[in-house]
Ligand binder design. Structure first.
Ligand code: ATP
Length: 581
């Protein structure tokens, strides 16, 4: 697009532009005058301070003795108890502020913990002025080591997580400096959603008002050129609103694609550090629980020779002279493991879906947590294991990750999840009744859309006071061919979904372990039996009754934390439009 050159001819400028130009010229003159009064800059020989500050070598020399070993203290461990101790601390420069000559404040950050470093030049030369100046010029996000004295402060420091102490540097070293302009600031990416929401609302209102004021001004200009005073009044109103709009933008509102394009910077925010700590804890507690219940962890292939489950949602990849596919779930393999007598298995691994769904809850690659187990009497054995798996994990996270939950809450406020000791299990027909009672036009065999699922979530929350529940006995039509039909009514299947806050995050069923029935169902659903021969053979050689479920890890974390988009819980999300970074 061609850009219009800004006019610099004062005669062509409006009154407002003229005032702006004058203000700019005045400011430039003041800066020039101040510079002229400054004493000429002295060239400081920094080499004489090489024992106090500088840049660390890329590779450090080997230690000659154990006394040379530095013991680093984590920032979140810096408390008043350490007052007077000398410590090594490594962190990123979160903020740096020069306070007059000879003094500089640095906020040092390590994940979500921050501490203030106060560098103050002293007359004895322990901290030379050159060191303070050098520190004040290090670019934010650089990683530095400081050897410092921990000092208790009189007044709490509100802006850091460590509020009772600050660090007085003795020596300081750049470990890794920032070389390029940062595409976004961690501080901006950390602004609480509540403040951004309020700002967005205010800007929309101001936009509305400004639009109306401009229309009014236009009408006055067109309709009655003589009404000079009214025009001036309207122009003032427009100017005022334009200014107010500028002033209303207090926070940089970093949008999702900027965050994801520059994910490594975005991931440095306290909330993101905490989100991925919760994600890691979720899989750790899943493993802990499943192993305690005699499950073993397995690893099935992700490169498969057939588009296993018959859907069109597979990615084909070149495999030497032929095509292979990226597994859309470990479904067949985990069932084959049951056929091979592993009794109870689980897998945590990548799952690929070639779905073009551009929604806040779908990705083309996600982490599947899959379980499969032998059934002894009734498939509700599976529901019991899974329901306990979730309540165990929720309780463990609450207990052991309270600080992380609080950190996430500060940026993305959420109501903690509510769940019951006994998870409610509602039949599909019952939930259709609930929706119909609420005025939704839906049939007993229809699939629910996302809005209906959310509405149901609200109804169930009101009725049972829980965000976590199970819907059982889905219509067979809307479940995969390998789901076992309900013995009382074959229109329904022994199949269930699990929900958090009105969104599905786990889906499963009893599977057909009879090869003839399985073959028949596959044919009915358009799956060619020879293409799944290995799978069907498993049951020809005898396999116990079994069932299981598939959980989406990122979805569970998103819903547990009440986040609004699954991309927030995927470190490097993949969707139809994003393959990088
Ligand atoms: P949905 O109805 O949400 O598209 P689905 O019924 O296709 O999901 P399953 O194939 O049964 O889901 O997968 C089991 C679980 O895997 C889901 O409950 C969900 O948590 C997760 N999941 C499924 N598809 C996706 C996806 N595209 N992105 C992220 N997670 C997914």
């Amino acid at each position: 697009m061609e850009r219009r050159e800004e006019s610099t001819d004062p005669a062509k400028l409006s009154k407002k532009e003229l005032n702006k130009l004058k203000a700019r010229e005045k400011k430039a003159a003041a800066i020039a005058a101040k510079k002229a009064q400054e004493p000429p800059q002295q060239v400081v020989d920094l080499s004489k301070y090489s024992h106090l500050f500088g840049t660390r070598p890329l590779v450090e020399a080997p230690l000659k003795n154990s006394q040379e070993r530095r013991v680093y203290v984590a920032i979140d461990q810096l408390t008043a108890k350490l007052h007077g101790s000398k410590v090594w601390v490594r962190g990123r420069i979160h903020r740096v502020r020069k306070a007059g000559s000879g003094m500089c404040f640095i906020t040092l950050r390590q994940r979500w913990a921050t501490v203030q470093v106060l560098a103050q030049a002293d007359e004895e030369g322990n901290v030379p002025l050159a060191m303070v100046n050098w520190l004040s010029k290090i670019k934010p996000e650089s990683i530095i080591d400081v050897y410092a004295t921990v000092s208790r402060v009189q007044e709490k420091i509100e802006s850091t997580s460590q509020q009772d102490v600050e660090l007085k540097p003795i020596t300081a070293w750049v470990v890794s400096g920032v070389r390029q302009t940062l595409p976004l600031r961690v501080q901006d990416a950390s602004i609480p959603e509540s403040l951004l929401e309020a700002q967005r609302r205010e800007l929309v209102e101001l936009d509305e008002k400004l639009k109306k004021a401009r229309e009014q001004l236009e009408q006055l200009k067109v309709g009655s050129p003589s009404e000079e005073e009214a025009i001036q009044r309207a122009q003032k109103e427009v100017d005022l609103l334009t200014d107010t709009k500028g002033r209303a933008v207090k926070y940089v509102d970093v949008d999702q694609s900027t965050r994801l394009d520059n994910r490594i910077i975005d991931l440095r925010t306290a909330a993101n550090q905490a989100i991925f700590a919760i994600q890691s804890a979720t899989t750790a507690f899943f493993r802990e629980y499943l192993i305690s219940q005699s499950f073993i962890e397995i690893h099935t292939p992700k490169l498969v020779g057939e588009a296993s489950e018959g859907g069109a949602e597979v990615f084909a990849v070149k495999y030497f002279e032929r095509n292979a596919y990226l597994a859309q779930s470990p479904q067949f393999y985990k069932q084959m493991a049951i056929g091979a007598d592993f009794d109870r298995v689980f897998e945590i691994g990548p799952v690929f879906r070639a779905e073009r769904s551009d929604t806040p809850r779908h990705m083309t690659e996600f982490t599947g947590v899959d379980i499969e187990m032998q059934i002894y009497q009734h498939y509700h054995e599976v529901l019991t294991v899974l329901s306990n798996l979730f309540t165990y994990t929720f309780a463990k996270i609450e207990k052991h990750f309270a600080p992380e939950l609080e950190i996430i809450n500060q940026q993305y406020p959420f109501r903690p999840i509510k769940y019951l000791e006994e998870t409610p299990i509602l039949k599909y027909v019952e939930i259709i009744d609930l929706l119909r009672d609420a005025g939704v036009d839906i049939g007993y065999f229809d699939d629910l859309n996302a809005a209906q699922e959310r509405m149901l979530g609200e109804i169930i929350y009101r009725k049972y006071q829980t965000d976590f529940y199970i819907i059982d006995k889905f219509p067979s039509q809307i479940r995969p061919f390998y789901s076992m039909a309900c013995p009382e009514d074959p229109n329904y299947a022994n199949a269930y979904d699990m929900f958090i806050r009105g969104e599905e995050m786990c889906s499963g069923a009893q599977r057909i372990h009879d090869p003839e029935m399985l073959t028949q169902r596959a044919i009915e659903r358009g799956v060619d039996p020879p293409t799944i021969k290995n799978y069907i053979d498993t049951f020809c050689y005898g396999a116990p009754p079994h069932g299981g479920g598939g959980i989406g890890l990122e979805r569970v974390v998103m819903l547990y934390l009440g986040l609004n988009n699954i991309r927030k819980t995927a470190m490097f999300p993949r969707d139809p439009y994003r393959l990088l970074p």
